[in-house]
Every structure is written in C-alpha cells, then in structure tokens.
Design a protein around this ligand. Structure first.
Ligand code: COA
Length: 181
C-alpha cells in the first residue's frame, strides 16, 4: 500500500434522479434517503483511499438547507479532507439541479468520519494525504481543528458532574419544562 495518496485519487461523484418513491408526506424528498446516499458515497470514497472497507464512526452537521423536489437531479461529491491514523474525514457536498431550468441549488454539506477495517474487523492505518492546493490545505486544517474540538467536547461530556442548583433554576424558569425531579 502506498504511504501517501492524492485527494483526487479517491474523489467520488454520484448523481441520481429523485423519484416519487423517495418522498415524505409533504411531497419533498425524504431526508433519510439523502442521508443514506451520503453514507454510501462516504463509504465508497473512504474505502477507495484506504484500500479497505470502512465503517461510519460519526457524522457532523447535517443541515438540510433547501428541500429537494421529485424530478430534480441530485449530485453528491465526496473527497477525503483529513486523515488520522485509522480514520478519515470525508467531506460531502450535495446539490440538486432543476432539469428544465438547469438551476443548481446547494442542499447540504456534511462531514463523515470513516474508519478503515481489515477482514477481521480490526481498525487499520490509512495512507497519508498529498495536499496540492490551498483549498486542500485549508480543508485539512479545518478538519484537524474540528477533530480536536470534538475530542475535547467528548472528554468533557463523558465526565459525570453533579447537577448544580443554578442548572435546575434554569429549568424551573423555562416555560417548556415541567420539573418533577
Ligand atoms: C467507531 C469505531 C470504528 C471505533 O473504532 P475502534 O478501533 O474500536 O476505536 P479507536 O478508539 O481505536 O478509534 C479508531 C479511530 O476512530 C476514531 N473515532 C472513534 N470514535 C469516533 C467518533 N465518535 N467520532 C469520530 N472519530 C471517532 C478515533 O479517533 C480513531 O481515529 P484515528 O485512528 O485516526 O486516531 C468502532 O466503535 C465501530 O466499529 N463502531 C461501529 C461502526 C458502525 O457500525 N457504523 C455503522 C453504524 S450503523
């Protein structure tokens, strides 16, 4: 396995015409269907980079910016933004194109953390990244910061702290909570 790979070598694009069978009750495309496609493209991209099958460890910021309509062409682009020892952060951009007008709207951008696994299910090291453009360097650094913030947040939230009187006071003052604790 090569020790370093370019980002371009594992970039993946998929496009799919949205069918009526993918709609929710309000006639728009179901968010869960889009998430499933995003997971598939993240899997393909990370597996290509690592030359191993991968699993999804976490998903960051899935904001549905605009609804997607039946008959629109959804285009998803994925690339590896960052690599750790066994993990990769795959950035995904989702756009939808109106077939008649050719108008393209940005619907979603998300980050999937994928971990490479060997045949026995053990996490395995992944190749490094060759960064060739300023955009690639910026994305890598942004991911690195996000990873560090997440680790810090995980450590803080995993510590079980005593409930403070002030915390309960916030709930007592909320009109949306009936505190029976
Ligand atoms: C997530 C998972 C792969 C962690 O693997 P592990 O080998 O047991 O644990 P490790 O602590 O060695 O973590 C491996 C890597 O995953 C990263 N990782 C683990 N949990 C993570 C999380 N919640 N978010 C982001 N990264 C995470 C670690 O930082 C580490 O990265 P690095 O090697 O680049 O430093 C493992 O818990 C797993 O297999 N989970 C289920 C995945 C799955 O089934 N996904 C589909 C859901 S339906």
């Amino acid at each position: 396995m090569s020790q370093f790979k370019t980002i371009e070598a594992s970039q993946v694009t998929i496009s799919e015409l949205m069918l009526p069978s993918h709609t929710n009750f309000s006639g728009k495309i179901h968010g869960g269907y889009i998430l499933s496609l995003m997971d598939q493209i993240a899997f393909a991209c990370a597996s290509k980079h690592s030359s191993n099958y991968c699993v999804t460890a976490s998903v960051d910021t899935v904001d549905f910016l605009r609804p997607i309509e039946v008959g629109e062409l959804v285009v998803m682009k994925a690339s590896v933004n960052f690599v750790g020892r066994t993990s990769m952060v795959v950035g995904i951009r989702v756009e939808a194109e109106d077939i008649h007008s050719g108008t393209i709207k940005h619907c979603n951008s998300s980050y999937f953390t994928m971990v490479a696994k060997d045949d026995s299910g053990k996490s395995v090291p992944v190749p490094g990244l060759i960064l060739k453009t300023e955009k690639q360097v910026r994305r890598f650094l942004k991911s690195l910061n996000r990873q560090e913030m997440k680790k810090k947040h995980r450590n803080e939230t995993s510590k079980k702290t005593e409930l403070q009187i002030e915390d309960l006071e916030i709930l007592r003052n909320s009109h949306k909570v009936q505190l029976e604790y």
